[in-house]
Design a protein around this ligand. Structure first.
Ligand SMILES: Nc1ncnc2c1ncn2[C@@H]1O[C@H](COP(=O)(O)OP(=O)(O)OP(=O)(O)O)[C@@H](O)[C@H]1O
Length: 266
């Protein structure tokens, strides 16, 4: 994070009454979402429940038919300090057929708004961001020749290079091996400890579990839960998860049978 946080005191994300219609279908209906500064919020829900669409609507990528969004204190539009917002999409955007190298993709994360020229130290910062995701050795390779997991790591580096105040992640760890996931989570944790805000779409809390302050679950385009994250017990729904969790504390809200469990997610 650089400088004074913009609109400090206001929520990092404030969305009210969001409706989105795509291809003639209403995908989101009256979604409200508030993420305070410094919070780490997980967005959960079954495939097709509207998580990616919500994130895209929050960032102005998906068109809204109703509702208002404020990011970092500014109404969605040119007034948002986009240089303080990092976004990691689920995969390389369609049309990313340009044979850019990893370092070039990451440098593009430093170009925003009216500044088309990257800062002087862009390459050094880009290499440092690639290092954070274990991709420094691949800096000069074309992203088109990389595996999905490697491309994902480059996209993460592109978002991190801005040192964002608000980081929005769409299933950032899918297709990434465990050691890299853990390195990435450590980086997100460092960002959080500096006061950064994180909104992350997850299928399971996995390596993020200890970082999550709150979970919001969608079902059929509506918010059906907003509260403590699902218990570690719930993650046992995952058959790969066969050990006991020392951190599962039944005294904690959300850790017992009354809390949200991954098992009850839509
Ligand atoms: N451009 C589009 N045109 C029409 N329908 C769309 C479009 N984009 C998404 N949808 C539909 O909107 C619904 C929500 O999709 P979305 O990708 O937001 O869900 P999701 O919860 O992120 O799912 P996943 O976990 O699979 O990524 C799905 O039924 C999807 O088919």
């Amino acid at each position: 994070m650089t400088g004074t946080p913009t609109g400090a005191g206001t929520p990092a994300v404030l969305a009210t009454g969001i409706d989105v219609t795509l291809g003639g279908h209403q995908i989101l209906q009256g979604v409200d979402l508030r993420v305070e500064r410094g919070e780490v919020v997980a967005l959960l829900g079954a495939n097709g429940s509207g998580k990616s669409t919500l994130v895209r609507a929050l960032l102005g990528i998906a068109p809204r038919t109703a509702g208002e969004v404020h990011l970092l204190g500014s109404r969605l539009g040119n007034g948002v300090p986009w240089d303080r917002v990092g976004y990691v999409p689920q995969r390389l955007p369609v049309g990313a057929g340009v044979p850019a190298t990893a370092v070039e993709v990451v440098v593009s994360g430093l170009v925003h708004g009216r500044t088309l020229r990257p800062p002087r130290d862009a390459r050094r910062r880009a290499l440092a961001a690639l290092e954070q995701v274990g991709m420094a050795a691949h800096a000069k390779r074309s992203v088109l020749q990389m595996s999905g997991g490697q491309q994902q790591r480059v996209l993460i580096a592109r978002a991190l290079v801005r040192e964002p105040d608000l980081l929005v992640l769409d299933e950032p760890t899918s297709g990434i091996d465990l050691p890299t996931q853990e390195t990435f989570v450590a980086t997100v944790r460092a960002l959080h400890e500096r006061g950064g805000t994180v909104l992350v779409i997850l299928h399971e809390l996995g390596s993020f579990a200890d970082l999550i302050d709150r979970a919001v679950a969608l079902r059929h385009g509506r918010v059906v839960y907003d509260g403590p994250p699902p218990s570690a017990r719930g993650e046992h729904a995952d058959h790969a998860h066969d050990h006991t969790h020392p951190h599962a504390d039944p005294a904690q809200p959300g850790a017992g049978s009354t809390g949200l469990s991954m098992e009850v997610l839509p």
